[in-house]
Design a binder for this molecule. Structure first.
Ligand code: DGY
Length: 427
């Protein structure tokens, strides 16, 4: 890539991973996110694998040490309480949760996009000898996680979320209709901590936060019982992020089963369900895969980067490629999290416009596998330029590259080391 000297940036990325390493688990960034987050952690493993494969496996093992008895892997593991973050373990109240079991780390009561199996497979492929025993030990836990997800979240055929935080795309326009249906009465008084760390214009709104906390209280009041939440919650939205990352991980889980000599019939069955179910996320009106409100059947009418993870899941086609090319033409830096021509576009506000390196990694990897080399290379080059010019930020404006959210960010450093850096050959 023209004009980018990877040497010092590679070193800085490794420094960031070490900086955020709390000993067995990695925080996304100090201050704003002081705990272990599920999909952040899987990306941390990917980054560590480029220079310390033992540490990469340790990251995944620590994440799965927080797995509930029912197979769920929480979205946050609260290893050491930190008052700089809200909501903490007391608000989640998961000690007596249905499915949690008596043991285990304090955690949230929801999950996050299941990227762990796909990234564990990538870590394994980077050093098969070092990873053989670690993969064999992790495999049954990964299967249990997906068994839970298919049973607890895939009743529509696609994977749904019970809270916007479960998708990782907290304030994406995909949830606007379902969020508008929540009247956040009864939310206990609280103080946001996120806006004490970063500019409020880069974060979700107060109206969003009231509903986030209302949904936490809703789950807590039902002891995090998946069946009760599925039956009673006003918020249940089928999500392309969850569905496509799950489908990709299932395909990699099947590869693991093959090399471990395990039976893959159950995994193949889940793959079949999701291959069929992704069709329910296709909105002909926007020619893209979108969130669909399971309570109303409505699409969001919102073209997002999550829809472009279809190739990562192995299901992209010519129609969605046309939408991708249109969106690429509309931004200086790809991929925006929401179409810059859409009415809700906000270039710095979290998942309503900004570019995220992890989404670029998955989307572009999938595109390259499907033969969309030009689009994949554009996205990789843009990711590298953003990081080289603006640093290891949490996310960036697709319009002018402004770095936003937290700094010294783990998954941005990880994606640099594993894919975006010009020093990575054959990415
Ligand atoms: C946050 O606190 O912003 C997180 O996205 C919740 O997981």
């Amino acid at each position: 890539m023209d004009g980018i000297d990877p040497g010092s940036l590679d070193e800085e990325a490794r420094r960031i991973l070490r900086l955020n390493d709390k000993g067995g688990y990695t925080v996304p960034t100090a201050g704003l996110y002081p705990y272990q987050w599920n999909w952040d952690s899987a990306f941390a493993a990917l980054g560590f694998a480029t220079f310390d494969v033992d540490r990469a496996w340790a990251e995944l093992e620590t994440l799965f040490a927080g797995q509930w008895d029912n197979g769920m892997v929480p979205h946050i593991l609260f290893h050491a309480v930190d008052d700089g973050y809200f909501p903490g373990p007391d608000v989640w109240g998961t000690q007596g949760a249905v499915g949690r079991g008596a043991q285990g780390l304090p955690s949230s009561g929801i999950s996050q996009p299941p990227v762990a199996a796909a990234l564990a497979w990538t870590v394994f492929e980077m050093d098969r000898e070092a990873g053989a025993a670690r993969l064999a030990a992790l495999f049954p836990k990964l299967v249990a996680f997906h068994r839970w997800m298919m049973a607890a979240r895939a009743e529509s055929g696609a994977v749904c979320i019970t809270h916007p935080w479960e998708a990782g795309r907290d304030n994406a326009p995909d949830w606007d209709e379902a969020m508008a249906g929540i009247d956040p009465v009864g939310v206990a008084p609280y103080t946001r901590r996120d806006t004490g760390h970063v500019d409020a214009k880069m974060r979700p709104t107060q109206a969003d936060y009231d509903r986030y906390i209302w949904l936490v209280q809703f789950g807590r009041d039902r002891d995090w019982d998946d069946a009760k939440i599925a039956a009673e919650s006003p918020f249940r939205v089928a999500d392309p992020t969850m569905t496509f990352t799950c489908l990709r991980s299932l395909r990699d889980l099947a590869r693991m089963a093959d090399i471990l000599g395990a039976d893959r019939a159950e995994i193949d069955g889940w793959i079949g369900v999701l291959e069929e179910g992704v069709r329910s996320l296709w909105n002909p009106a926007t020619q893209s895969y979108e969130g669909r409100n399971l309570r109303t059947g409505q699409f969001a009418g919102s073209v997002s980067n999550a829809g472009f993870l279809c190739w990562w899941a192995g299901v992209g086609d010519a129609a969605v490629r046309g939408t991708l090319d249109t969106v690429l033409d509309r931004c200086r830096y790809a991929l925006p999290s929401y179409d810059p021509a859409g009415p809700e576009f906000d270039h710095l506000r979290y998942w309503r416009g900004p570019v995220w390196a992890i989404m670029n990694y998955m989307a572009a990897k999938g595109m390259a596998e499907a033969g969309l080399e030009t689009q994949a290379e554009r996205i990789r080059r843009d990711t590298a330029r953003l990081i080289a010019e603006r640093g290891f930020a949490e996310y960036f404006s697709p319009i002018d590259g402004t770095p936003a959210g937290g700094g010294t960010f783990t998954w941005t450093a990880a994606v640099w080391l594993a894919w975006a850096s010009p020093s990575v050959k054959g990415a």
